[in-house]
Design a protein around this ligand. Structure first.
Ligand SMILES: [Zn+2]
Length: 497
C-alpha cells in the first residue's frame, strides 16, 4: 500500500519590538545577564496589570497583509492556563478563537520548480513568550535555573493548513517565511538564536484516503535542515510501522541532530485542556473600522507601507535582469548583496540597450562566481569586502568594451575585493589593456615562431595543439594582455605565408 504524508507546521516567531508584549521591559533577545529585563508584570506579581504593545500587533498585521490573510475588525486576548516553571503567572496570555489573522497563503517562491505551490495558512495569533530553563551543575549539585528575560516577549504563532507533502516543501516554506519576516523587518527570525522555532505535525494515510492518520508532533527543530531531515525520517519510520500493519503512537518526538533520527519525548493520550477564557485584564481590541476614524489601525496605511514582497521581487529580478532562478533566490535572501548588485547596475544607466544587457549579465556572473567565491574562500563577511558598486561597474565596463581579458579582470577583482581601489588606476599602472594592435603583436609573434621551430613543424604537420602552444607563448610576452582569439587569427594568417 502506498502512503501519503500530511504535514502542517507551527512556527513561533519572536517579534523585534523595543519593549515586551505587556510591560515596558526591554525586549532584547541577545541579553546575556540573566533576569536583567524583568518587572512585576512579566513576573506575574499579584495585582499588576498588563498593557498591550501596539507595535507587536502591527507586526502581526503586516505579516497578515503580506500573506493576504483576513483581519477581523475586532479581536481579543485569552488566557491559556497551564503550569510550568518558566511561566511565572501560571497562564500565558494568548489568543484562542479570535486570532488577528485567518487564512492567507505563502508561495514556495524559493522553489526552483516551474509551478509555484502555495501553502495556505490556518491562523496567525499573538502571545507572550515564556522564560528559559537552564539545567546544569552548581558546586557539583544538579540545579535548574530560570532566566525570565524572555518572559513576556511578543511571540507570533503561525499555523499552516496540513497541506505540506514533503520535508523539502516544509524547508522551503520556513526559509521563505524567514525571508518575508526580514523584509517586513518584524523579526530577525534567526533559528539558531531561537527567534524562529518550527514544530512539525505529521501523519500518514493510505493514498486517496480522506481521514487523517495518527498525528506525531516533532519539536525543537532549530535549523531548516532539521525541519527537512526530521520529516524525511518520520515519513520512513511511519511508513515502516504502517506497512507492518501496526499503529503509529500519538506522541511528541524530538530531533537528534547528530544521529539524524527522531525520538519519543512524551506520549499524548488526550488533548490537553488549557481552560481558555477571555483575558479579564485586557480590553477587547478594535483593530480597524470599515468607516472613517475608528479602531487602532488604518489598514490602508499599513498596506502602503508593505515593501516589495520577496516573491514579487524574485519575479522582477528574473524578468528585469534575465538571471536564473537560483541566482534570484540568493539575491532575495541576501538583501545587502542585492543592493550592491542593483547599485552596480544603476551605474550603467547611460548605456545603450545592447551594452546594458551585456553589462548586467557580466555583473551577475562576476558577482556570483568571483566576488562571492573570494568571500567564501577567504572567509570574509560581506560587510568587510572593500569593493564598491562604482569601482565594480568600472571594471565591468572594461569587459563590456572588450578592453581587458577575463584573466586580468579576475586578478583585479581579487585585489579590489580584498583591498579596495579603482580598477582604472590598476589597469593603467600595470598596462593591462588588451593589446590587439598588430604592429605591437607581429614582432612578438615573429620572435616566438623563430624560437619554437618544433611547434612550427608540428603545426605544419597538422597538429592542432601546436597553435595553442604558440598563442600561449605570445600571451606570456604580453603578460596576458592580448586577446587569445585575435592572436590565433594573426598567427594562423602569418603561418600561411
Ligand atoms: Zn516586564
Amino acid at each position: 500500500m502506498e502512503f501519503e504524508p500530511v504535514i502542517g507546521l507551527e512556527v513561533h516567531v519572536e517579534l523585534k519590538t523595543q519593549t515586551k508584549m505587556f510591560c515596558r521591559c526591554l525586549n532584547n533577545s541577545l541579553e546575556t545577564i540573566p533576569n536583567k529585563n524583568i518587572c512585576e508584570v512579566c513576573l506575574g506579581y499579584p495585582g499588576v496589570l498588563p498593557t498591550i504593545n501596539k507595535k507587536a500587533i502591527e507586526g502581526v498585521l503586516m505579516v497578515g497583509l503580506a500573506l493576504n490573510g483576513k483581519i477581523p475588525e475586532y479581536s481579543k486576548f485569552d488566557r491559556k492556563n497551564y503550569f510550568y516553571p518558566d511561566l511565572p503567572k501560571g497562564y500565558q496570555i494568548s489568543q484562542y478563537d479570535m486570532p488577528f489573522i485567518k487564512g492567507g497563503a505563502l508561495p514556495l517562491f524559493l522553489s526552483s520548480d516551474q509551478e509555484e505551490k502555495k501553502v495556505t495558512i490556518m491562523r496567525i495569533h499573538l502571545e507572550e513568550d515564556t522564560g528559559k530553563l537552564i539545567h546544569g551543575l552548581v558546586q557539583e549539585k544538579a540545579v535548574s535555573l530560570i532566566d525570565f528575560n524572555r518572559a513576556g516577549v511578543p511571540l507570533m504563532e503561525l499555523v499552516t493548513e496540513p497541506v505540506i507533502s514533503s520535508g523539502k516543501e516544509a524547508r522551503l516554506f520556513s526559509q521563505g517565511l524567514q525571508v518575508l519576516l526580514r523584509a517586513l523587518e518584524v523579526s530577525e527570525a534567526d533559528m539558531e538564536k531561537g527567534q524562529m522555532r518550527c514544530e512539525v505535525n505529521i501523519s500518514l494515510r493510505p493514498r486517496g484516503e480522506k481521514n487523517f492518520g495518527t498525528k506525531v508532533e516533532i519539536k525543537n527543530l532549530n535549523s531548516f535542515r532539521a525541519v527537512e531531515k526530521s520529516i524525511d525520517f518520520e515519513i520512513k519510520r511511519q511508513t515502516g510501522i504502517l506497512s507492518k500493519g501496526e499503529k503509529v503512537v500519538q506522541e511528541t518526538r524530538g530531533w537528534d541532530d547528530a544521529k539524524e533520527i527522531t525520538f519519543s519525548q512524551r506520549i499524548k493520550e488526550e488533548a490537553e485542556d488549557y481552560r481558555y477564557f477571555p483575558e479579564p485584564d485586557l480590553p477587547p481590541i478594535h483593530l480597524y473600522s470599515e468607516e472613517e476614524g475608528g479602531g487602532l489601525f488604518d489598514l490602508e496605511e499599513l498596506k502602503k507601507r508593505l515593501p516589495e514582497l520577496p516573491w514579487e521581487k524574485k519575479k522582477r529580478l528574473i524578468k528585469e535582469y534575465k538571471i536564473p532562478s537560483e541566482g534570484a533566490n540568493l539575491l532575495v535572501q541576501e538583501e545587502k548583496i542585492l543592493k550592491f548588485f542593483e547599485e552596480t547596475i544603476s551605474c550603467f544607466e547611460a548605456f545603450d540597450l545592447n551594452a546594458k544587457e551585456k553589462a548586467v549579465s557580466l555583473t551577475y556572473n562576476y558577482l556570483i562566481s568571483d566576488i562571492l567565491g573570494i568571500k567564501e574562500k577567504e572567509g570574509f563577511l560581506w560587510e568587510n569586502l572593500k569593493i564598491t558598486p562604482l569601482y565594480f561597474s568600472r571594471l565591468i565596463n572594461y569587459l563590456v568594451q572588450d578592453k581587458i581579458s577575463s584573466r586580468a579582470a579576475k586578478d583585479i577583482l581579487l585585489e579590489i575585493v580584498k583591498n579596495g581601489g579603482d580598477p582604472e588606476r590598476i589597469i593603467k599602472e600595470r598596462n593591462l589593456e588588451k593589446v590587439s594592435d598588430q604592429s605591437v603583436l607581429l614582432p612578438m609573434i615573429e620572435e616566438v615562431v623563430k624560437n619554437n621551430p618544433k611547434a612550427l613543424g608540428d603545426y605544419k604537420k597538422g597538429k592542432a595543439g601546436a597553435i595553442q602552444f604558440l598563442v600561449g607563448q605570445v600571451m606570456g610576452k604580453t603578460r596576458g594582455a592580448a586577446d587569445p582569439k585575435v592572436l590565433e587569427e594573426i598567427i594562423k594568417n602569418k603561418l600561411k605565408d
